[in-house]
Design a protein around this ligand. Structure first.
Ligand SMILES: [Zn+2]
Length: 334
């Protein structure tokens, strides 16, 4: 059945999607926990705002490039830009929420990731850059007086604004990730398409939602409802990321692979974090993590695998080795 939408999937050429159809594509591991592990000082962040990870592309591009390259050296095929909190609302929390700021941060991050990816690209092994777009911090589906206080169109414009510099900076695809509210995902996709119309260029859209241990999104949406919505919106890839480890994702991953004809991405944390002496520790070792990821590829035909919070270059190296040893289940892609 064709998607119920004016947008026609498959109307663009994309080396990334060609590669996804041909083999299992491996994304990088965590950006946030990799930054934490480097124990940066307050002065490393813009205006001394400790923990403002997005600012590091301007103040310490060497640190971000080092993280990107650590994953490329491990053999990963795709990088995510350091722009998870790069929307006007998120940058605004640090006093930098103008249109110019959105352009400056996102463009710099995209160019930096592009440069790293190109350094490792060979004709046989292309490396891709995904423009990472995280939640706005609002929950448009709720009637919470603060979190619900944004219209659909305002939210879509926010995402269009972030998408433009990501594409112009050289991203191969846009990745809306860690999504907890389906209405926000919808606004992001509408915003991305507004941007495509504006700049006269399309890139693939990969939409990843986050499920908790009860296998529901924050506002209660289950995997079946999320899949139906995303297919109707004609995204190019559907996936899951963050919140839990691969173990808790097994059933929803199987569901997606069995019921969707789109490529499926799975980017879990290295397990559910444990609090050890006030520190979040991600318990899954590279061996645990990679074994389960290889099972997803072999048993279900997952097309894209990667690592979210707590995953290191060692985790991703183990994933690459583990999937090399299995024969991916062939799924019929639409
Ligand atoms: Zn995560």
């Amino acid at each position: 059945m064709p998607p119920v939408c004016c947008y026609v999937r498959g109307s663009m050429t994309s080396r990334y999607l060609d590669e996804v159809r041909r083999r299992t594509v491996v994304f990088d591991g965590a950006m946030g926990t990799s930054i934490q592990a480097r124990k940066l000082k307050k002065e490393d962040f813009l205006e001394g705002k400790e923990g403002w990870n997005e600012s590091l592309v301007l103040t310490r591009p060497d640190v971000i490039a080092g993280i990107h390259e650590s994953f490329l050296a491990a053999g990963c095929d795709a990088l995510e830009t350091n722009t998870f909190g790069g929307s006007r609302l998120k940058l605004g929390e640090y006093g930098h929420g103008t249109a110019d700021d959105v352009h400056r941060f996102n463009f710099a991050a995209a160019q930096l990731a592009r440069k790293c990816a190109d350094k490792f690209t060979t004709p046989e092994h292309p490396r891709f850059v995904a423009g990472s777009v995280g939640p706005s911090g609002m929950l448009p589906s709720t009637d919470d007086p603060e979190l619900g206080k944004i219209t659909f169109d305002e939210l879509a414009d926010l995402y269009a604004e972030q998408a433009k510099p990501l594409i112009e900076g050289g991203c191969d695809l846009l990745l809306i990730e860690t999504s907890q509210d389906m209405l926000e995902v919808k606004a992001a996709i509408v915003g991305f398409r507004k941007c495509f119309a504006n700049i006269g260029r399309n890139v693939p859209i990969q939409a990843q939602i986050t499920l908790d241990v009860t296998q529901r999104m924050l506002l209660g949406t289950d995997i079946g409802a999320a899949m139906t919505t995303l297919e109707a919106l004609a995204v190019d890839v559907i996936g899951l990321n963050c919140s839990t480890g691969p173990r808790e994702m097994r059933d929803p991953v199987r569901f997606l692979c069995e019921n969707s004809r789109l490529p499926i991405s799975v980017i879990p944390n290295a397990g559910i974090p444990e609090n050890r002496d006030g520190q979040a520790v991600y318990p899954e070792t590279p061996a645990d993590f990679s074994r389960q990821m290889a099972e997803f590829v072999e048993e279900f035909g997952t097309n894209i695998v990667g690592g979210c919070c707590g995953t290191t270059p060692e985790h991703m190296k183990a994933v690459i080795e583990a999937i090399r040893r299995v024969t991916p289940k062939q799924r019929q892609l639409g």
